[in-house]
Design a protein around this ligand. Sequence first.
Ligand SMILES: C[C@@](CO)(OP(=O)(O)O)[C@H](O)COP(=O)(O)OP(=O)(O)OC[C@H]1O[C@@H](n2ccc(N)nc2=O)[C@H](O)[C@@H]1O
Ligand SMILES: Nc1ncnc2c1ncn2[C@@H]1O[C@H](COP(=O)(O)OP(=O)(O)O)[C@@H](O)[C@H]1O
Length: 290
Amino acid sequence: MIAFPCCKINLGLNVIARRADGYHDLETVFYPIPLCDALEITEMDEKFPSDVACDLLTKVKTAGNGEEAESWEPLCPEQKNLVVKAYNLIANDRKLSRVHAHLFKNIPSQAGLGGGSSDAAAMITLLNEQFSLGLSIEEMERYAAKLGADCAFFITSRPAYATGIGDRLSPIGDAADILHGYYIALVKPDIAVSTGKAYGMITPRRPAMCCKDIIKLPVSQWKGLLTNDFEEPVFTMHPELGAIKERLYTLGADFALMSGSGSTLFGLFKDCPQGIEEAFPDCFTAVIKL
Ligand SMILES: C[C@@](CO)(OP(=O)(O)O)[C@H](O)COP(=O)(O)OP(=O)(O)OC[C@H]1O[C@@H](n2ccc(N)nc2=O)[C@H](O)[C@@H]1O
Ligand SMILES: Nc1ncnc2c1ncn2[C@@H]1O[C@H](COP(=O)(O)OP(=O)(O)O)[C@@H](O)[C@H]1O
């Protein structure tokens, strides 16, 4: 059984308050983007000589100098991969057969695109189907939220207004179609931002206007209104990121912003943008019609 976990961008992100548990309350709109990993699970042969209940092979797509390379390499120690963590979480409560998992990584890591969280959510939904666990969407979202603050969103990957630590989701109604027909350019340089460190550099505040209301305006009016609180501290640490955002505007974007805690910048274009790959030669780039 196979799934294609997508990634997300944040349409605005306001860090509102620091909580007693060290986490932060935020408000953001999660918007799914069809740049996907592939995750396949197959049941393990009874005779497979292993103590491991879920073994994982990861194929990472890496780009460099205009060439694409693929290699079977662990992204991180297997037991730390969110796909294996998702299996272990469900296996704690339900009887599961042992499985082989094959993960093809197409979504860049440490990018603010939620790729790992999406893979974990896909594992939960795959296990639910493969083993007829009968879990409801809400039950799967509750499991997912235990694995990462933005993981619950990826159970359905429907555009959503998120509050709490990113785990309280509500649909955004008609605004869900707002980007239909737009082109998105994703640009991710080879810079890793620590999410925890970035949160620590923000002074929380309540915004004048909530991002779910701003996105009801035409995209051409979002500039200056729809903001990401991570940009200020992260652009200070890495000025190259601010420069990429400016370049996206020069290339004709109606709107550009950093996604999550970075380091991906995205630009929204009415017409298919030209020259993105050439403009950012040392970065991962993708142009996708929404
Ligand atoms: C910033 C956001 C915005 O969408 O996205 P990404 O940049 O990761 O995509 C998310 O809040 C990232 O959520 P997620 O990536 O699941 O975070 P986790 O792994 O759960 O937490 C990493 C660390 O970030 C901090 N953290 C995370 C979420 C939150 N609401 N408040 C926090 O303070 C905590 O210090 C935590 O230890
Ligand atoms: N399935 C997975 N895909 C990507 N990263 C994973 C996965 N499982 C665990 N990780 C770990 O989580 C870290 C960040 O995850 P990722 O989702 O790519 O970042 P972000 O939330 O910034 O988009 C990675 O550096 C890696 O060590």
